[in-house]
Design a protein around this ligand. Structure first.
Ligand SMILES: [Fe+2]
Ligand SMILES: [Fe+2]
Length: 264
C-alpha cells in the first residue's frame, strides 16, 4: 500500500458533463467525489478512536497507511468540492446540510460500535463502486482527463481499504443487530445523498439523465454493505485481480500522483 499525493490544477473549472456518453454517470461520480471527502475523514476518526493498546502492531501499521491514503483523497476531494460550490452556488448550503446530518447528528445518536460498522460499510461500498466502474471501463470516454485521473487514482487505492477496516471491525465482536443497523443506515444514506445531488446537478445544468443503471448500482451497493452481516465473510475471499490487470500499470507509472511513502 502506497500513500500518494494527487496534483490537482485548482485554476481549472470543473467540466460537469465530463462523461458525455453517460452524462448522469459522470454527475454521479462527481457527486460521489463531493460526498466521499466527509466519509474519508469520518473513517479516519472512527477507526482511530477504535484503536487501542491491544490492537496488533501489524494491523495498526496497515491502518495508518490506509489513513494516509484517505487523508490524501480527502484533500483532493475537498479541492473538487471548492471548485463545485464556486460554480454551483446552491451546492454549498445543500452539502452543509448533508455534512451536518450524516457526520454531526448521526454520530451523536449511534454508539461507537455501530459507527465502526458504518466506516466498514462505507469501505465496502467504495470498493464496489471502484470495481463496478472498472469492470465497465466506464471512464474510458472521459473528456476531462483530470477528473478521470482523480477517479482512477481513488478507485485503485480504495480497493485495499475494506479489508483493513474489516479486520479492525472483526476484533470488536459486534452483535448481528448492530451490523444490520449500521449497514442499512450506511447503504441507504450513501445512495440517497449521492444520487440526489447528481439529480439536482443534472436538473439545474440541463444535463441528460441517462447512462447510469441506477437500479443495478443500488442493488450492488446494498449487497456489498450487507456482506458485513454474513457469517464467515471476509473481503479477502473476493477476487480483485481485475484492478491490477486494468489499472495497476497505469497507476504505478502515473505522472499525476507522487509517492509520499511506500511499503509492501
Ligand atoms: Fe478514499
Ligand atoms: Fe477508503
Amino acid at each position: 500500500m502506497n500513500v500518494r499525493k494527487f496534483h490537482l490544477n485548482t485554476n481549472r473549472e470543473l467540466q460537469l458533463n465530463w462523461l458525455p456518453q453517460r452524462p448522469f454517470l459522470g454527475l454521479w461520480f462527481l457527486s460521489y467525489a463531493l460526498h466521499v471527502a466527509d466519509a474519508e475523514s469520518f473513517i479516519i476518526r472512527t477507526c482511530g478512536q477504535t484503536l487501542s493498546s491491544t490492537t496488533p502492531w501489524a494491523l495498526k501499521k496497515r491502518l495508518h497507511l490506509c489513513f494516509g491514503q484517505e487523508a490524501q483523497h480527502a484533500i483532493s476531494h475537498e479541492k473538487i468540492y471548492k471548485k463545485a460550490v464556486h460554480q454551483l452556488n446552491w451546492l454549498k448550503g445543500y452539502l452543509f446540510v448533508h455534512r451536518w446530518i450524516c457526520y454531526k447528528a448521526l454520530p451523536l445518536i449511534l454508539n461507537q460500535k455501530i459507527l465502526l460498522v458504518v466506516a466498514a460499510s462505507l469501505e465496502q461500498m467504495n470498493t464496489k463502486i471502484s470495481l463496478w466502474s472498472l469492470e465497465q471501463n466506464s471512464l474510458s470516454q472521459a473528456t476531462d482527463s483530470e477528473m478521470r485521473n482523480l477517479m482512477e487514482w481513488h478507485f485503485y487505492e480504495e480497493v485495499e481499504h475494506r479489508e483493513v477496516v474489516f479486520d479492525l471491525l472483526e476484533r470488536e465482536n459486534i452483535p448481528k443487530w448492530q451490523l444490520i443497523v449500521g449497514s442499512s443506515i450506511t447503504a441507504l444514506n450513501f445512495f440517497f445523498w449521492t444520487t440526489m445531488t447528481a439529480f439536482f446537478m443534472a436538473v439545474t445544468q440541463k444535463i441528460e439523465l441517462k447512462g447510469i443503471g441506477l437500479g443495478k448500482l443500488f442493488t450492488l451497493l446494498i449487497q456489498s454493505s450487507f456482506k458485513l452481516c454474513k457469517k464467515d465473510y471476509h473481503p479477502s475471499h473476493e477476487d480483485i485481480r481485475i484492478i491490477d490487470i486494468y489499472y495497476g500499470s497505469n497507476y504505478r507509472n502515473s505522472s499525476v500522483t507522487q509517492p509520499l511513502c511506500r511499503t509492501t
